[in-house]
Design a protein around this ligand. Structure first.
Ligand code: P6P
Length: 339
């Protein structure tokens, strides 16, 4: 008999923890749960779709075959709209934020959602894990008025919830509402998420570093110095290099085993690659809630004031002592010279 609590039961049992516990945030998390099951079903048969969908480029439901990240975006958008919980959505797949109900639609819905519906989607063709990342804020514009861009450009320390779905060897939904980080594993046979990883925490130290060393010559000197530190022959080093090319997967492994993920600035990517609003902020909220840390190499990610929906920032995220050590190397070089 499975004695693990389900995600639905957990949400209800912890309803009181949600700020402004009106039940809307609970319902919002539940809608993300539903969408993740639908996307999981499609992601898990991606290879088959190519084989079975070769009849005129159709998938096995006979629909026009979409790129999976566009499909995932549509599923999450539709599920959120259907639940009538949010007044606006921002997505990596959408140029601008989407006003639920159309332009100038006034709303009493309290929340905005920002998401990367299928991060790392280029890995699907080679059967490597991918993920969905989401971030939830209460709107700052008055209820009953149209949602505005300022509702989306809030610093990460104002998030009310954040999380990810990792479509890996098993599918997990990991999220926080500011009361720790909790992981739920999907039993695909019955389509139910069970609490498998309560109170996930980053080990303070770790011996795994995740970065694309192919860009080494383009990195700031502080990053180059830190990488050499990781590779020195010492009592606790060299560390292991593990880089999947899927942020959610690298973050998830590092949270369980201890480690640091770095996507720095470089001469090829002067602001870094990852997006502040729907990649770095949610992962930073999760990291801090799990006892880890997240900075841009100099300052806390969650205190960066956003200026644009799709702006990029560098990120150093993971075990707090590893991030601190990397920051020590970055501090030797003034930020203004770095990027
Ligand atoms: P690169 C995927 O596109 C992603 O956003 C992250 O999931 C991943 O860690 C990174 O970019 C990979 O980027 O430049 O190393 O291929």
């Amino acid at each position: 008999m499975n004695n693990h609590i389900t995600l639905g039961e957990y949400i209800i049992e912890n309803q009181k923890d949600f700020q402004y516990s009106s039940g809307e945030l609970s319902s919002l998390i539940s809608s993300i749960k539903l969408a993740s099951k639908v996307v999981n079903h499609e992601v898990n048969k991606a290879g088959l779709v190519d084989i079975l969908g070769d009849a005129g480029n159709e998938n096995i439901q006979g629909e026009n075959q979409q790129k999976l990240d566009v499909y995932a975006n549509d599923v999450f958008m539709q599920t959120l709209v259907n639940r009538q919980m949010v007044c606006g959505i921002a997505s990596e797949e959408e140029d601008d934020f989407v006003i639920i109900g159309g332009k100038n639609q006034t709303h009493d819905n309290k929340y905005v959602v920002l998401m990367d519906p299928l991060d790392g989607s280029s890995n699907i063709d080679v059967n490597v894990s991918v993920g969905t990342i989401f971030s939830i804020y209460r709107r700052i514009s008055p209820l009953g008025t149209p949602v505005t861009k300022e509702d989306f450009l809030q610093p990460g320390n104002l998030q009310v919830a954040a999380g990810y779905v990792v479509y890996g060897t098993s599918t997990m939904l990991v999220y926080t509402t500011g009361h720790g980080v909790h992981g739920f594993t999907l039993n695909p046979a019955i389509g139910t998420f069970y609490l498998s990883h309560p109170n996930m925490t980053f080990p303070e130290d770790g011996n795994i570093y995740s970065i694309n060393e192919g860009y080494y010559i383009h990195f700031p000197q502080g990053v180059k110095d830190y990488l050499k530190y990781c590779q020195e022959e010492e009592e606790d080093r060299p560390y292991k290099a593990r880089y999947i090319g899927s942020l959610v997967s690298d973050f998830h492994r590092n949270m369980i085993k201890g480690g640091i993920y770095i996507y720095p600035t470089s001469s090829k990517a002067p602001q870094g690659k990852l997006r502040l609003l729907y990649e770095c902020n949610p992962m930073a909220f999760l990291a801090e809630q799990a006892g880890g840390w997240a900075s841009d190499g100099y300052k806390r990610i969650l205190e960066i004031k956003p200026t644009e929906l799709h702006q990029r920032v560098p990120i150093f995220v993971g075990s707090k002592n590893m991030v601190a050590k990397a920051e020590d190397f970055m501090a030797k070089y003034p930020e203004s010279e770095e990027y």
